[in-house]
Design a protein. Structure first.
Length: 237
């Protein structure tokens, strides 16, 4: 796997986040509802799967699942693919040293706008504190980054301390492992859809995460469900 990750199509969505209205701002204050003309964005996989991207959720305050993830962290934590920083902020609010990392300049700007530290960087480039983080996080489907989950998990394993953990969001049971390409499709009612460039992506189900982690030199320390979402906590073998 090369060291550079291309997510140009996904970056388009992140770059538009500053123009999206949320039900609440980052501090939980109600704001005006989103105008109906705002486009929707889908992540379209080349095997035919099409997922609506929860852009408003990313841009809003931490939801209960995110607060639960933050509560599992007990030391310095790096939030990989932080987006607009709702998880990074939730970590910092708990008094933890937290660093958000994202390839999108706009996502980093929005994260910093929440009053927390964020760095624009490819995950495979050198990062601060390598080998010393108590926790690393791959949430909101970020285990798909680069289309090589084994390589990604191996890289994340190099970021955490010997007794550290990696928390990843995974797909429901029965999903298995899928690797391929995906692209972002954007559109609104009455308007033509716009397709972004393709990039490498992957899906890992709870039934495939143990084998994937083992191939990366990690083991599953815990699997858990928060609402309709599934997660695994990995540790060094």
């Amino acid at each position: 796997m090369t060291s550079a990750i291309s997510l140009d199509g996904f970056d388009v969505v992140l770059g538009r986040l500053g123009r999206w209205a949320a039900d609440q701002d980052a501090c939980g204050t109600p704001v005006a509802p989103m105008p109906p003309a705002r486009p929707d964005h889908w992540l379209v996989h080349t095997d035919g799967r099409r997922d609506l991207l929860p852009v408003r959720r990313w841009h809003g305050p931490p939801e209960p699942a995110i607060e639960s993830i933050a509560a599992r962290c007990t030391g310095p934590t790096i939030d990989l693919g932080c987006g607009p920083g709702r998880l990074t902020r939730a970590l910092a609010q708990r008094g933890l040293v937290a660093l958000g990392v994202d390839i999108s300049a706009e996502a980093v700007r929005l994260t910093q706008g929440r009053g927390v530290v964020a760095l624009r960087r490819d995950i495979f480039e050198p990062l601060p504190g390598e080998g010393r983080w108590a926790h690393a996080l791959l949430i909101d489907g970020n285990i798909g980054i680069g289309g090589d989950p084994v390589g990604l998990l191996r890289r994340c394993g190099a970021l955490i301390a010997a007794d550290g953990t990696l928390v990843v969001e995974v797909e429901p049971p029965g999903t298995g492992l899928w690797r391929g390409q995906a692209y972002v499709l954007s559109g609104s009612s009455g308007e033509p859809e716009v397709r972004g460039p393709a990039f490498r992506w992957a899906r890992v189900g709870t039934d495939a995460v143990a084998r994937t982690a083992a191939d990366a030199g990690l083991r599953v320390a815990d699997r858990f469900r928060l609402g309709s979402r599934w997660f695994a906590e990995l540790a060094h073998s």
